[in-house]
Design a protein. Structure first.
Length: 389
């Protein structure tokens, strides 16, 4: 036993100089990706499909269509909180687009950034160089991006970051005024600093403006139909930065990060357990099978309704909120909807208690066991994975 303890200690000390995701059996940086963008790059290199578009905007449209990322998810952020800070400003914001498993960023005059969810590695980071001689070079990044996308803000694994800052008139963050990592649990009046926000919001927020000093940081109630009078919208596919898309991406990024952290830590713990005692069963414990039945149909129906609402843009905000308050029509158990019961039963059956608390605490609100309305249905990919849909 002493030998195993000494061996484990030696492994952990050696691992202290390496990020979790690059330790065995994960080996994130050394493992080839098989995500949708990696497959697209391989096909382009082999000439199996042609590159469409001459201008940067046309190539962005090609990427969005090929990766099935809806243009209606467009969000515009003007704070210099990206690798391409020299290109970003309130007059030339960075646009973001996302789907269930892909995030795309684009700055006019710059390059296209992509985070694609790989079935094995989790989020994989890419830069598409539009100034390359070929006009389109896909490069994977396993180093620079991790300075922001592999920190405590992302559960110490590769992940997504949504921040609310106080930008000055050039877009630089006024760090003396503070900065906040945003998720679905962040109060709305503290969100969207450095973002343009279109659509109606009944709650004041920090978007659509720049800041000078602490006296100007009070949230304001603003409503913009579009940004045609604020920026040159001809450089973007749409004229909006929809409040609905902002609410969705904030929740989805947080849940993606939690799922990635849970997966990587489990794989690492499983590996260490196998090293210490190869004959033991690292997964010994509860082995019940989650019954899905009606849940599968109900969730798919919900996701379909949510996408239709989302596609309508800011005009559908009130309907969107109505769906969140009553995610799935039909039978209810107490005060919780079916989707809340799915979350509850998942936590009870599939995972140990300590993991359940860490994974689901961000979604839990109140003393009566209720789940917050914005959490009850927004996380499309997470619920699909949990219920094997």
């Amino acid at each position: 036993m002493k030998r195993w303890i000494i061996a484990l200690f030696a492994v952990q000390v050696a691992a202290g100089q390496v990020d979790l995701w690059d330790l065995p059996p994960l080996r994130y940086s050394d493992t080839a990706a098989t995500d949708p963008l990696a497959m697209l790059a391989a096909k382009l290199e082999k000439g199996e499909i042609p590159l469409e578009g001459e201008t940067a905007l046309e190539k962005l449209d090609f990427v969005l269509r090929t990766l099935a990322v809806p243009v209606s998810s467009q969000i515009l952020v003007f704070s210099k909180t990206s690798k391409q800070i020299d290109k970003i400003s309130p007059r030339n914001p960075r646009s973001l687009y996302f789907s269930d498993d892909t995030y795309v960023g684009y700055v006019p005059g710059g390059h296209i950034e992509v985070i694609a969810q790989d079935p094995v590695l989790g989020p994989v980071f890419y830069l598409i160089d539009l100034s390359h001689s070929s006009g389109f070079e896909v490069m994977r990044d396993t180093s620079d991006c991790m300075s922001c996308h592999g920190t405590t803000r992302t559960e110490n694994v590769p992940g997504m970051v949504i921040r609310s800052v106080f930008p000055d008139e050039s877009g630089h963050s006024l760090l003396a005024l503070g900065t906040l990592a945003v998720s679905h649990s962040t109060p709305l009046d503290l969100r969207w600093g450095g973002y343009y926000v279109t659509g109606k919001s009944s709650i004041p927020h920090l978007g659509n403006r720049t800041y000078v000093d602490e006296a100007s940081t009070k949230p304001e109630l603003q409503s913009l139909k579009d940004l045609s009078k604020v920026i040159d919208t001809s450089k973007y596919p749409r004229q909006t930065s929809d409040v609905v898309a902002l609410v969705v991406i904030e929740h989805q990024c947080k849940m993606h990060n939690l799922m990635t952290a849970a997966t990587m830590r489990y794989q690492r713990a499983h590996f260490l357990s196998s090293v210490i005692d190869p004959e033991s069963d690292p997964d010994e414990g509860r082995r019940e099978v989650l019954p899905i039945g009606w849940r599968r149909a109900s969730l798919m129906n919900y996701f379909s309704r949510m996408r239709r609402t989302w596609a309508m843009g800011s005009r559908a905000t009130s309907r969107f909120n109505g769906i969140l308050r009553h995610p799935i029509p039909g039978r209810r158990r107490g005060n919780r909807s079916r989707i809340s019961n799915c979350i509850s039963e998942f936590s009870r059956i599939l995972v140990p208690t300590w993991f359940t608390r860490r994974l689901l605490n961000p979604c839990h609100r109140g003393s009566k066991g209720r789940y917050s309305s914005d959490c009850a249905g927004l996380c499309q990919t997470t619920m699909r994975r949990l219920l094997r849909i």
